[in-house]
Design a protein around this ligand. Sequence first.
Ligand SMILES: [Zn+2]
Ligand SMILES: [Zn+2]
Length: 320
Amino acid sequence: MNRCCGETVGAIEHAFLQKYGAIDNATELAKLTAVLEKYRRLAGSIRIFSELRVADIPAPAAAMIMRAKCPVCADEQAIIVVSSAILLAIEQLVSLYGSVVLAWDQEPKFRELTDADFAAFEQIIADFVERGAASFSHIAPTMERAPRHVRAAFEKMIDVAKAWVVAHELAHFYHSSFMFSADPNFMETKHRIETLLERAAVDQGDLTKENWAVELFADAVATDTLAIDLQNHHDDIPALERLLGGVGAALEVIYRLEIAVIGLRCMQPDFVPKHPPAALRWDAICGGREAKLAAVLGTISQKFATQAQSTQGLAPLDRI
Ligand SMILES: [Zn+2]
Ligand SMILES: [Zn+2]
């Protein structure tokens, strides 16, 4: 990156931190960078097209990409800022889901959920909603009692989920860059999503459809990028399982947090204005592919969420 561009990126970041009263979090950035290094193609794209930061943001925000043209050389620059709270929430919620899985041979089996499990779920959500990063206890529910291979699977899901959040933001950059119309794969993805939305979002207005198309495009590009990276990992868990398990983890966590934030603010728990519902995002990503890891996660998370909704007196969560 040119020196002039470095200054542009610095200025965007400074304005962002000021606006939200946020603080750079170098420790979480180092952890995230270490995760991303396992995904070389993704890590390479981030280095080429953007700068990455992790920040403690008081408000419950997740991740965003901001762009600006360098006033000196006219290059387009982008900075991705990920909230440390979303990374911790992913770690904590996925660990909580993993901690209830007892065995996994042909089919996963999980134990009855206790009041303590539900309380832990509520605490993680409440910390995120009420105080953003500032209140996180930094203690993930322990997966100690889970069998080793189950623990390994859930730990990998956490990695993929975090990498996917970053990949999704980077994909927003592609959507508004010159690469978009030059790449036939991107055009094909865009077309596939538009066709899906014609069928699945009939009752939505044009603006919502447009917003959802942008989000589903970013989901698809992020998932494809990670898929290529994961093909090169040799592992006892098949690449597709790990990919969809991790993407499922990210979607589940984001959906739970988003619903909780919106639900508490306006008591309309199913109203998600900008992002499509998790089920639609999941459909667009999977396209009928079977994913056991992700299915298990969805089932467990549904149980937690239903309990949470009823204790808060909110309408039952319908995933549409
Ligand atoms: Zn420049
Ligand atoms: Zn997005």
